[in-house]
Design a protein around this ligand. Structure first.
Ligand SMILES: *Cc1c(COP(=O)(O)O)cnc(C)c1O
Ligand SMILES: [Zn+2]
Length: 464
């Protein structure tokens, strides 16, 4: 197994390789990110994607039930029977006519991929299945992550149910939605609250991991991103192996967009798809590093020769101005995305675009996903808000086939939802008004009545 997969530096000037069992956060030679790479020529690669349908009848085997490991041939870095699973990836793709109408798309053109249906309520479980598998492979006893919430919830769940590692999570203070914090605490993770934001927590956890030899499970971990490729495999599966025109995804640390790009690069290279979808990555206006660098500064992958000086100057200026990420979409409240260069590669391969959306646009889109779909957390709705914007700009055609990735479950952040729909003005001001949200056009307000049959009947008869 070890000779058919390894880690490789993504910098074309370096291309250093490392064994699967080595643990690096960045290339020791040059500091770039690492990929998991496979010797496809010596692996049993399926001839067509329909190959994977045979596993639908093997659902009594936990790894075949898993929406990650049933695609094992496309991420074969560990023997199948050693792959960790908690039943992740039972997620679904659904058309939504109401949400299509909201975005300006033709009915039947817009699909929502509900990754919030994972066991811990976000897409992170796809990556964590693969990441914890590698952690166990290298004999890690303790794992850690910095998190805006969902990574910690996912890691804590994997550690509590599989008992293969202990877990420490690092979070910024006051920056985490209660639904997510409650999961980490409930699952028994050691929770370190740092005075600072996610970018601070990310910097500290890397130092701590190095110092104490703790296995790091943030998305700098290339094995995690292998698991997240399967989100795209399931989208294709749900479309009967037809490639959509667009994949739209919120961008935070840019692990998801990076892994989607890698998935399509590999599927294309293996001859399993002919067409490549376009990729749209959506930032929140208050955390728009990728948007600024890609759309304004025109930073590009450039065959891997990314203009580092431009990136360094950008972050230097950000520090000079004291700019900090700030958005209600806490899962993408990140100003220093660790997977920036890999995301540039994905945008390059998928002819991508980046947009930013306001708090108002995010919350309105979220209300629409709730009214015409299963609901989602604020960050996830950025994909729908971004689609609406791209349709308005004429970049996405009204009858193209678009898949929005809904990254997290509705109940992760009930505050945002209740503030939007509720009638408590003070709560609205505190949670949303302070962020510049002014209107609640799509709110479904509760109706207050006295404990009185007459009043209740009169309200219902008015058809309110
Ligand atoms: C982690 C997360 C994101 C951001 O994904 P990246 O891979 O970091 O870009 C978006 N939405 C939700 C709900 C998340 O948990
Ligand atoms: Zn390197």
């Amino acid at each position: 197994m070890t000779t058919t997969a390894w880690q490789r530096c993504i910098n074309p000037q370096c291309k250093a390789t490392y064994e699967l069992t080595e643990i690096h956060h960045y290339c020791p030679q040059c500091g770039s990110l690492l990929d998991v790479e496979y010797d496809w020529d010596h692996l049993a690669v399926p001839k067509s994607l329909a190959h994977f349908e045979r596993y639908w009848s093997e659902r009594m085997i936990p790894q075949r039930f898993s929406g990650v490991w049933r695609f094992h041939e496309l991420l074969p870095f560990a023997p199948l029977e050693e792959c960790v699973t908690v039943g992740e990836g039972q997620t679904i793709l659904q058309q939504s006519k109401p949400v299509a109408a909201y975005t300006g798309m033709k009915p039947g053109s817009l699909y929502l991929q509900y990754e919030g249906l994972n066991p811990s309520g976000s897409f992170k479980d796809n990556g964590m299945a693969a990441g914890t598998t590698h952690g166990r492979l290298v004999g890690a006893k303790v794992s850690a992550c910095a998190s805006t919430g969902n990574t910690s919830a996912s890691l804590a769940l994997f550690c509590s149910t599989t008992k293969s590692m202990n877990c420490v999570i690092f979070i910024g203070s006051g920056k985490i939605a209660y639904g997510k914090l409650s999961q980490a605490l409930d699952y028994g993770a050691k929770t370190i609250q740092i005075e600072g934001d996610f970018d601070d927590a990310m910097a500290r956890v890397q130092e701590v991991s190095k110092e104490l030899g703790i296995y790091l499970l943030n998305s700098v971990n290339p094995f995690r991103l292998e698991g997240q490729k399967t989100i795209m495999f399931r989208v294709l599966e749900a479309l009967r192996w037809e490639v959509p025109d667009w994949i739209v995804v919120p961008g935070g640390n840019l692990g998801n967009s990076s892994s989607f790009g890698k998935a399509f690069i590999e599927l294309h290279r293996l001859g399993l798809i002919k067409k490549v979808p376009r990729l749209a990555v959506i930032n929140a206006s208050g955390a728009d590093t990728l948007y600024r660098l890609y759309e304004q500064e025109k930073l590009r992958w450039n065959g891997g020769n990314v203009d580092r000086a431009k990136i360094d100057a950008f972050f230097h200026q950000m520090d000079v101005e004291g700019r900090r990420a700030s958005t209600i979409a806490s899962a993408i409240e990140i100003n220093r995305p660790v997977n920036l260069t890999k995301c540039l590669r994905a945008l390059d391969f998928c002819n991508g675009v980046v947009r930013k959306v306001s708090e108002q646009e995010i919350l309105d889109a979220k209300a629409q996903v709730g009214a015409g779909g299963f609901g989602c957390e604020p960050a996830s709705a950025a994909s729908v808000a971004g689609t609406k914007k791209l349709v308005e700009e004429g970049i996405i055609g009204r009858d193209e086939r678009v898949v929005c990735i809904l990254t997290g479950y509705q109940l992760k952040d009930p505050n945002a939802t209740v503030a939007y729909h509720g009638t408590d003005r003070a709560f609205f001001e505190k949670v949303l008004g302070a962020r510049g949200v002014q209107t609640t056009e799509y709110a479904n307000h509760p109706i207050s009545v006295g404990n009185d049959l007459g009043q209740i009947l009169s309200v219902l008869r008015q058809g309110k």
